[in-house]
Unconditional design. Structure first.
Lengths: 320, 291
């Protein structure tokens, strides 16, 4: 409890510092910080549900894209904060509807069906736009300033962190972890697995949708292939898995590292960057199953040290 | 409906379904035996296609010469990948669900690596060289010779695999592992040899499909993805580890897609595939033929 509060105070201070960033008038740094905050929000909210339950959700791209499309449709009619909230709610509604059925599946089936549903939504929107709207993408005029977008994303990311910590400490958080360890046992102990999973899934979807809604205006022109890009979910899962989805610090650390990495490598060496991501993904799954933050580094150091000290006398021959 | 058009569509559906069958059989073995949800399976099809294409470009010989050596290369690649990645993954995963989820992420990693390596090696544009694309006439029905060849080869490959599984001692061992992994080990089946071999066989089969496709279609680094999705649909339709079920499912999906595209529009192909996948997973997650 106390540790959580210290962390939340630190997060609030960091947010205040970051909120002052536009005063520096450094567009490059600000855009870097924006993409870092976006992935921090996405990875923390993904870990909120998928970390404790170990349900590998690949629906993040779908939530993000739905939020972005809400902005494309609603920006002309609604004030900015309402647009962002509505984008999140659209994703939550979608998560609720699909969650009722897909949360009954487990393991790889759950991952495959969430990915399939995301692609289904993308292709449906493409088809609807082509057939009835007579267009593939949408142009947004009268977008809010880049500072407003930055502060919105910062606020959503902070909200995601606070929610992760508060939700994790609540009865629901304990129930989610129970489900991740053994779903039948949790059900026997009085947890209603469906209700708890649905709550976690919908809550995590809101943040992805709101982030999509806030980020949509950065592109000014959006089409289904940009905002429903599967790359968004891959990067999110990678950041959370490498960082460690069972801690809030893990996804934050991962987001920082990967946005720096992608900023400097993705433009100059795009294919090599993707190959590197693939290798990192495999190595982290094999050797750091709980991520950097969740890994027991102390045990590993002890093991290495013990091996080293045991080997040491053998190297020096006894002289007598 | 015109009878010739009907036959045309059936042949096209069978060719597609046959390719799906070969791809799905490999994935079914990997998933059924080792719980490896190899989402990069289609990428090995792509590698097979590009390898065949490159050899034909370099030598000018018929692609048929290179299919068998290319399958051997992919088989060896499968052994290597199993040794480097999946053996450790199986040893460190606490249960089957964890193995599935972790192998899925590894699969995404392999997909990134394979697609982007192909992009660096062969470029992002389309490449291809049609082989045997003249028409063959059967009375009023016209079929392209290469499609007929594809159909014959995939049918022969599927039949051969089914016969090996049903009639030989080796096949019996594999079926035993599919039914009861622990029991198979107890009666002395050497899973440490057979698992890598079956994983490699899956890659070789995907490569076979790729090599055949390189004679018919154009190649792109992302060409494998739709086949992964189709293979997932097929093994869900046919049921996990059910080899005849997978073949039936593949032919069914091929026909549904071909007829569905003809009566709606080609741009709906992906929509139809994902629709079928989601529908099957929701309604019959244990497969169409489950009792």
């Amino acid at each position: 409890m106390k540790q959580d509060n210290v962390f939340l105070v630190a997060a609030a201070l960091a947010t205040l510092l970051l909120a002052a960033l536009p005063a520096l008038d450094a567009p490059f740094v600000q855009s870097l910080a924006l993409s870092c905050l976006m992935y921090a929000g996405l990875a923390v909210s993904w870990s909120l549900f998928s970390g404790p339950t170990r349900y590998l959700s690949l629906a993040t791209s779908a939530f993000f894209g739905l939020g972005a499309y809400c902005t494309a449709v609603g920006l002309a009619h609604l004030p900015w904060p309402l647009v962002v909230i509505a984008g999140g709610l659209a994703a939550t509604l979608f998560a609720f509807l699909i969650g009722l059925v897909v949360l009954k599946l487990r393991g790889a089936y759950f991952a495959v069906i969430t990915y399939g549903l995301g692609e289904l939504v993308k292709h449906t929107i493409t088809h609807v736009e082509k057939t009835w709207s007579g267009t593939v993408g949408r142009v947004m005029t009268e977008t809010p300033s880049s500072n407003v977008v930055y502060w919105s994303v910062l606020l959503i990311a902070l909200l995601a962190v606070v929610t992760y910590v508060r939700f994790g400490a609540s009865r629901y958080g304990h129930a989610l972890r129970g489900i991740g360890i053994d779903e039948e046992r949790a059900a026997t102990l009085g947890v209603n697995p469906m209700r708890v999973k649905l709550a976690g899934f919908c809550l995590s979807a809101w943040f992805a949708g709101a982030l999509g809604a806030a980020m949509a205006v950065r592109w000014t022109y959006i089409d289904p292939n940009t905002v429903f890009n599967p790359f968004i979910v891959f990067q999110t899962v990678l950041i959370s898995m490498v960082g460690g989805p069972l801690t809030v610090g893990g996804p934050l650390l991962g987001a920082l590292v990967f946005s720096l990495l992608s900023e400097f490598l993705r433009l100059s060496l795009p294919y090599l960057y993707m190959i590197l991501l693939g290798v990192l993904l495999i190595v982290s799954v094999l050797y750091l199953p709980d991520g950097i933050a969740g890994h027991d580094w102390r045990a590993m150091c002890t093991r290495v040290a013990r091996r080293w000290f045991k080997a040491a006398p053998a190297v020096e021959p006894p002289h007598e | 409906m015109n009878a010739y058009l009907f036959i045309d569509l059936v042949v096209a559906g069978l060719v597609t379904g046959g390719i799906y069958a070969v791809v799905a059989l490999g994935l079914n073995l990997q998933y059924g035996l080792m719980r490896i949800m190899n989402i990069a399976h289609g990428e090995f099809l792509m590698l097979g296609a590009y390898l065949t294409y490159t050899m034909v470009r370099l030598t000018g010989l018929s692609p048929l010469w290179f299919i068998a050596p290319m399958m051997l290369v992919l088989f060896l690649l499968g052994l290597l990948l199993h040794r480097l990645i999946f053996r450790r993954l199986a040893e460190t995963s606490p249960n089957a669900e964890a193995m599935e989820a972790r192998s899925l992420i590894v699969g995404f990693g392999l997909m990134f690596i394979a697609q982007n390596a192909a992009q660096l090696t062969w470029g992002g544009g389309m490449s291809g060289q049609p082989y045997l694309d003249q028409a063959v006439h059967f009375g009023e029905v016209t079929v392209a010779a290469n499609r007929l060849l594809v159909l014959v080869v995939v049918a022969a490959a599927s039949l051969a695999l089914v016969l090996v599984l049903k009639r030989t001692l080796l096949g019996k061992a594999v079926r035993g592992m599919l039914q009861a992994p622990l029991g198979a080990m107890l009666v002395g089946i050497d899973t440490r040899t057979l698992h890598p071999a079956c994983f490699g066989l899956g890659l070789a089969l995907a490569g076979l499909a790729g090599g055949l496709l390189s004679m018919v279609y154009e190649l792109t680094p992302a060409m494998g993805e739709p086949y992964t999705i189709s293979a997932l649909i097929v093994i869900t339709l046919g049921g996990l580890g059910n080899i005849p079920g997978a073949i039936a499912g593949a032919v069914l999906l091929g026909l549904v897609e071909t007829f569905g595209m003809y009566y709606t529009s080609p741009s709906l192909k992906i929509l139809i595939s994902y629709g079928v996948l989601v529908g099957v997973l929701l309604l019959r997650p244990k497969g169409l033929f489950a009792r």
